[in-house]
Design a protein. Structure first.
Length: 213
């Protein structure tokens, strides 16, 4: 759940208190939205679970749609405000000289993101036709762009197999390494995360690079 991040500059007592309160509100919103859905998780119930006045929720996030955006941002970023491409696990993965090894490290790192985002999927499915649905669509567009960049980086390390285009490779990454896949296999079918990582890695390695080592 959201926690307070520290920096080289020591925050004031007021800033620390505000960060703690914001993290508590995000945690409450994430939990209630996952448990009850977007509409049933009211701002009042979120405030009650977070132990704050409802006015504090509105002062911090302004609207429920903005709160949903903040919840998704946390689900993607975790407790590190650094965008995933610049987080250490991602940097280390793309530093691997071989495309297969880089892909393996990327999937192992992505699983922590999918584990947080997957429980939110029913929330976004329920509001897909509402303005709030734009939050998830925008996030998915960013995710697809990110995978296109990853495929370009992987192909520079190890050539894609004959007949595999970068567009199709990005499509495969988008689906197989995404939250829908994680939800289907881990949350609903009861796979372990290790099983999911192994299957996704093996499937993508075969499809992107072929079986030749």
């Amino acid at each position: 759940m959201p926690t307070v991040k520290t920096s080289s500059k020591k925050p004031t007592a007021r800033q620390t208190k505000a960060a703690v309160t914001r993290a508590r509100m995000l945690t409450a919103a994430y939990e209630l939205m996952c448990e009850q859905g977007f509409r049933a998780a009211t701002m009042e119930s979120i405030a009650e679970r977070a132990g704050v006045a409802v006015q504090t929720i509105y002062f911090t996030f302004h609207t429920k749609d903005d709160l949903l955006q903040a919840v998704l941002d946390w689900a993607v970023l975790g407790d590190d405000p650094t965008p995933p491409p610049f987080q250490q696990w991602h940097v280390d993965a793309l530093a691997a000289p071989d495309g297969r090894r880089a892909l393996e490290l990327l999937i192992a790192g992505l699983v922590t993101i999918e584990a947080r985002v997957a429980p939110l999927l029913p929330v976004f499915h329920a509001v897909s036709a509402d303005p709030a649905g734009a939050v998830f669509r925008h996030g998915e567009a960013l995710r697809r762009t990110g995978f296109e960049e990853i495929v370009t980086a992987l192909a520079k390390k190890t050539p894609l197999r004959r007949g595999m285009t970068r567009r199709r490779a990005a499509d495969l990454l988008f689906v197989l390494a995404g939250p829908e896949s994680y939800r289907s296999f881990v949350i609903e079918a009861g796979w372990t995360e290790r099983d999911w990582i192994a299957w996704v890695t093996a499937s993508l390695t075969r499809d992107l690079f072929g079986n030749d080592m």
